[in-house]
Design a protein around this ligand. Structure first.
Ligand code: ADP
Ligand code: MG
Length: 336
């Protein structure tokens, strides 16, 4: 059941145009990923009501919110820079919305305590914002966003200012918060594909103000609808289709590193008809990733990425690309 619907939304800036249709399901965790300047924040701000579209509609549960104010939408937003009130302590930041709604003092205190428990910051009521670490400040910002019982939670690159291990921990927390809140619809903007893959039900890829694809993580990775989506969502190699005798009318073949087999001992045991065989491939680099190696290869002047479970023993090797794992593109679109 679609919950939040963007119909024919257009927003024009001098050097940029956003043009999107989007349906987000009730209780869904949707991530929006795309390069810097692709329109992620503009899209989120339009959903929040912080910006108004030039045309189109924002609907929630069939209600037209296009001209409804930020406050009345019942959505909450979390920003990269926390946007907390620096002169107020944690408790005052969290009870701000409750005060405006004229909630009783005792009830406010209880709610603040519950919110802090919820984001693992019990006992932080009196702490000043300036004394919080980045991770703690972002938890307070999350708690504040939840304090108004939002119907939709909007997060704009909330973890970008934090270091890698904290980012990983907090993204799991965000997913837990989403799940425990039951019917909360969450839209999470990031430029980090791994982050998006780890927490999302679905992902939308945005480029130049347009959504190129919206689907499950698996479909986006395995069946990218555009070449841009293919490259943006993981490592991969595109080669001119004319190098191979194919029956399909494609201009580019694309494959992920894991589609390439690099026999450890140089001996290949598979059914060779099921593979494209590239002989005299030069090993240019071998990046140790712990579980395996990412090889940079050069074949007839073309660069390739391959996965390998051991470091190649020779400089020149033969590699095998599984035909069933090839994707074919024509004019940047997947050929099916
Ligand atoms: P992202 O969040 O994906 O990095 P934004 O949505 O912030 O991208 O911006 C998309 C494009 O719109 C950028 O080229 C940006 O410069 C432009 N833009 C955003 N806000 C404005 C504005 N208020 N006036 C003019 N151009 C803007
Ligand atoms: Mg942005």
């Amino acid at each position: 059941m679609p919950d939040l619907v963007l119909k024919n939304i257009k927003k024009k800036y001098p050097a940029f145009t956003l043009d999107v249709d989007l349906e987000v399901r009730q209780g869904e965790f949707l991530s929006i990923i795309g390069p810097s300047g692709s329109g992620k924040s503009t899209l989120l701000n339009i959903i929040a009501g912080l910006e108004s579209p030039d045309s189109g509609k924002v609907l929630f549960a069939d209600e037209d919110l296009t001209d409804v104010s930020v406050q009345k939408r019942g959505f909450s937003m979390v920003f990269q820079d926390y946007a907390l009130f620096p002169s107020m302590n944690v408790e005052k930041n969290l009870s701000y919305a409750m005060k405006i709604r004229k909630m009783k003092r005792g009830e406010q205190k209880e709610n603040v305590k519950a919110l802090l428990d919820f984001v693992n910051l019990s006992g932080y009521e009196k702490r000043r914002i300036a004394t919080l670490s980045g991770g703690e400040a972002q938890r307070v910002a999350l708690a504040r966003a939840l304090s108004s019982q939002p119907r939709v939670l909007l997060l704009d690159e909330p973890l970008s200012a934090l270091d890698a291990s904290l980012r990983r921990h907090l993204r799991d927390e965000i997913r837990r918060i989403h799940d425990e809140r039951g019917n909360l619809t969450t839209i999470y903007v990031t430029h980090d594909r791994e982050e998006a893959f780890s927490i999302s039900d679905r992902i939308a890829i945005i480029r130049n103000g347009r959504i190129e694809m919206i689907d499950t993580c698996e479909n986006i990775y395995r069946q990218p609808k555009t070449l841009f989506t293919a490259y943006f969502t993981g490592d991969g190699t595109g080669l001119p289709a004319e190098l191979f005798s194919l029956e399909l009318d494609a201009d580019t073949i694309f494959f992920r590193p894991e589609a390439v087999r690099v026999p450890a001992d140089g001996l290949f045991y598979g059914d060779s008809d099921a593979y494209i065989i590239l002989e005299n491939t030069e090993v240019v680099s071998a990046e140790f990733l712990g579980r395996n190696y990412l090889l940079g290869l050069s074949w007839q002047g073309h660069r390739l990425l391959a996965e390998s479970f051991s470091r190649p023993q020779s400089r020149t090797i033969t590699v095998y690309i599984r035909k069933t794992q090839l994707l074919f593109f024509r004019d940047n679109e997947l050929v099916t």
